[in-house]
Design a binder for this molecule. Structure first.
Ligand SMILES: Nc1ncnc2c1ncn2[C@@H]1O[C@H](COP(=O)(O)OP(=O)(O)OP(=O)(O)O)[C@@H](O)[C@H]1O
Ligand SMILES: [Mg+2]
Length: 269
């Protein structure tokens, strides 16, 4: 682990050094039979190693497109997209992705689902099984390793999906509204868990969410995007220590940061 990684739990913001992710003048245009759709324009963003960053913005502003570009699933149309100084291209494997709906395979146990990325890359070893067990314990699912997804609640399935995204030790964890389909209480609890996972794993996390309080609760910085074509309107620093608990939601300063972002959000819609 680098010094930056081990240091981040006590230092809320890590702005020095080479960024892990570098986006410069990034643009994305989808070519469709009924014309071109300009999804993103002039996106400039640097993300430091170990940072937790959220992206909020109106529906259709290109948030998922950014995530797909970062994970190498789709190409960008213009500008620069670098991960660890390398151009991001097809099949760039150094990211783990968690989607809104858990996409666990119903015929595989939780453990087999978590190990899937390892199986696709090569062979499952005892070491990878141990790592799966460690991750499942980290999210409180150690008792459920041999169960099938249908035997788990929605929140538990998302926790398993987080383990699967982390099993190959990616540089970045990308999350696209991972808790959007859950009830408010499960969501709050998972937010606390995700904060713990971030602190325990020291991963760089990029989270897309429609919830401003969720973004503020979890992040060190919140990126606010404009309506399509998505541009960055503002990047808001969140002034709280990395370790968070639910009491923060009632804190006056927390409310102030949310209101500050909400103002940009209104402007964005
Ligand atoms: N494969 C595609 N082909 C054509 N247009 C697309 C494609 N994917 C996305 N778009 C368009 O690009 C724009 C941005 O889409 P994207 O899914 O990135 O937005 P989003 O911010 O994630 O929206 P939401 O908050 O609703 O999930 C939208 O106008 C969408 O219709
Ligand atoms: Mg989306």
């Amino acid at each position: 682990m680098s010094e930056v990684l081990t240091g981040h739990a006590t230092e809320p913001k890590v702005h020095g050094g080479l960024p892990l992710i570098h986006l410069k003048d990034l643009g994305k245009e989808y070519v469709t039979s009924s014309g071109n759709v300009k999804a993103l324009a002039n996106v400039d963003l640097d993300v430091q190693r170990g940072e937790f960053l959220s992206i909020v913005g109106p529906s259709g502003c290109g948030k998922t497109s950014i995530l797909r570009i970062l994970s190498g699933l789709i190409p960008h149309s213009s500008g620069v997209a670098l991960l660890s100084g390398e151009k991001i291209g097809p099949g760039a494997g150094d990211t783990g992705v968690v989607f809104q709906k858990s996409v666990l395979l119903p015929w595989r146990t939780v453990e087999e689902n978590v190990l899937l990325p390892i199986e696709l890359r090569g062979k499952i070893t005892q070491e990878s099984r141990d790592e799966a067990a460690r991750l499942l314990a980290l999210v409180g699912l150690e008792e459920f390793a041999k169960k099938y997804p249908s035997e788990l609640s929605g929140g538990m399935q998302q926790r398993a999906a987080i383990c699967r995204a982390l099993i190959h030790d990616p540089s970045v964890l990308l999350m696209d509204e991972p808790f959007g389909a859950l009830d408010a209480m499960s969501r709050d609890n998972l937010n606390v868990e995700l904060n713990k996972i971030w602190i325990a794993t020291k991963k760089t996390v990029i989270l897309i969410t429609h919830s401003i309080p969720e973004a503020v609760f979890l992040s060190q910085r919140v990126v606010v995007m404009s309506a399509r074509p998505g541009r960055i309107l503002e990047i808001v620093d969140v002034p709280f220590a990395p370790m968070r608990d639910l009491e923060l939601l009632g804190d006056a300063e927390f409310g102030d940061v949310c209101s500050h972002i909400r103002r940009f959000f209104k402007q964005a819609a």
